[in-house]
Design a protein around this ligand. Structure first.
Ligand SMILES: [Ca+2]
Length: 175
């Protein structure tokens, strides 16, 4: 019976960010539930054990810690195909009624310059404080990028109010 539960858990994990897109069954989805930060930049990131969406940890954003754990990976190490878009998501927990000033950032850099930047504003999604809310946006990419382009993804706070984020996910959608 235990094996069945493991199989179901593994299958749910493979589905990625949620939904039924076949793309999520390959290695184009990167998720961090804040339980293990191996492979993600975790410089001085604050973790909360008091409130979380999954497991036992979430990531605290406040005045002194403006950035969440950060995904950073070279395009050539993600896919050899042209991308038609990227879906970013996380779960967020606001402690106050001020929903402004918190964003998910998708940032693409080449060696020479910034090549693409998108902010997903959390206040479009959050309806009430002290409840976990899913923040999600599919960002179309119309141009081609070189294999050395770095895809960066993180949550960013530009206001003083403390929030928690958990289950950060970035999914690459091939053309
Ligand atoms: Ca978690």
């Amino acid at each position: 019976m235990r094996n069945i539960f493991f199989f179901i858990a593994a299958f749910i994990f493979l589905l990625g960010c949620g939904g039924d897109n076949k793309q999520k069954l390959n290695k184009l989805t990167y998720i961090n539930d804040c339980e293990s930060l191996d492979g993600w930049d975790n410089n001085n990131r604050l973790l909360s054990t008091e409130n979380f969406h999954s497991g036992r940890y979430s990531n605290i954003l406040n005045t002194n810690n403006n950035y969440s754990i950060t995904f950073s990976k070279k395009y050539g190490d993600i896919s050899k195909k042209k991308l038609k878009g990227v879906k970013v998501s996380c779960w967020a927990y606001f402690l106050t009624n001020n929903f402004k000033g918190k964003v998910l950032v998708l940032n693409l850099d080449s060696a020479e310059k910034k090549v693409f930047y998108n902010q997903t504003f959390m206040d479009k999604f959050v309806k009430s404080p002290r409840t976990w809310t899913k923040i999600e946006e599919e960002i179309p990419l119309s141009r081609k990028f070189g294999p050395n382009t770095i895809f960066g993804f993180y949550a960013w706070s530009t206001s003083d109010d403390t929030i928690l984020v958990d289950d950060l996910c970035i999914e690459f959608i091939e053309d």
